[in-house]
Unconditional design. Structure first.
Length: 316
């Protein structure tokens, strides 16, 4: 009896989340209930943590709009050792997001880490200062325009326009086509595809005024092929891949490098066994982070739009 009552309540809740559509002549009113997600408030704006680099007349950085210092070599080729800059990671957790923050801080970058519950990032922010970079955490719900714009305004006021932005959000609710509820499908799509669009658009609007920047999207195996019971993942990640491809073609001529990284395999975590670590059968987050950083270093004559990473044991 109790199980039947819970099933009925869940069914009513899911139907309420789908919503009711009422047509009023040529206008439709859509009412629905959604779970309220608490987003950490960002503290008041403060003076800049790191002033942007000043380009000297006739210097390589003044003559190039890549956002990277170009130093001539003996054979007159161009290499791009990165200078300090501002990095923003949207979707920062204890795994890859934290590894990215550490790698960027080690490079001397000022790092902004964003998550809905930003308080969980306090320890990471303290750690970044010990690695050579400044850091600050921000609350942000990537699926809400107002939240994204507010977060970016704070980042720009505190640090300046980001040089490097990583969209590292993933949300997955397993199920087959027979049992996936509409709210679950929409929730995953909003987190990955819609959030990636909103963040990408707002960041691009900032970067185009400067004519440089790097935007990297974290992809997954689901971006290439859909698997049984992975419909929510596949649709979201397919969408992110399409978004990145279109953005790269649109923004590349404007000096902005857009890349999509497919992580084809599991990422090593605290839950991983000793065997996975010893055999390197899961991807080390710090080595993924190194690849992201090297993407940011690329000279505009050799930009990578998409790459895939996988452990040596992964079949493909």
């Amino acid at each position: 009896m109790k199980a039947n009552s819970m099933a009925l309540i869940e069914r009513i809740w899911n139907q309420a989340k789908v919503g009711i559509r009422v047509s009023l002549g040529g206008i439709a009113l859509h009412l629905r209930i959604a779970r309220a997600v608490r987003v950490s408030a960002n503290p008041p704006l403060r003076p800049s943590l790191a002033a942007p680099p000043i380009a000297q007349p006739n210097s390589p950085i003044a003559e190039n709009t890549t956002g990277v210092d170009i130093q001539p070599t003996k054979n007159d080729a161009t290499v791009a050792p990165i200078r300090s800059g501002v990095a923003l990671i949207v979707g920062t957790g204890p795994g890859l997001g934290s590894a990215l923050a550490r790698r960027f801080a080690q490079a001397g970058m000022t790092v902004a880490v964003a998550a809905r519950n930003a308080q969980k990032l306090d320890g990471l922010v303290d750690e970044l200062s010990n690695l050579g970079g400044n850091g600050r955490r921000y609350g942000c719900d990537a699926t809400e325009e107002r939240s994204v714009k507010s977060m970016l305004q704070s980042v720009v006021e505190d640090m300046g326009v980001p040089d490097l932005v990583v969209y590292n959000v993933e949300h997955f609710i397993p199920g087959t086509i027979l049992d996936i509820e509409t709210p679950a499908f929409e929730e995953c799509w909003r987190a990955m595809a819609l959030g990636g669009f909103i963040v990408g658009r707002e960041v691009a609007r900032l970067m185009v005024t400067r004519g440089s920047g790097t935007i990297i999207y974290t992809g997954a195996t689901g971006a290439l092929r859909g698997r049984a019971e992975y419909i929510n993942m596949a649709v979201g990640k397919f969408g992110v891949r399409a978004l990145a491809q279109s953005m790269a073609r649109d923004l590349g001529p404007k000096g902005i490098h857009v890349a999509h990284v497919i992580l084809d395999g599991g990422i090593l975590s605290r839950r991983s066994g000793d065997t996975a670590k010893e055999r390197c059968s899961s991807m080390y987050p710090e080595h993924i982070a190194e690849t992201y950083y090297q993407l940011h270093l690329q000279h505009r004559s050799t930009w990578t739009q998409e790459m895939d990473l996988r452990p040596w044991v992964e079949k493909f």
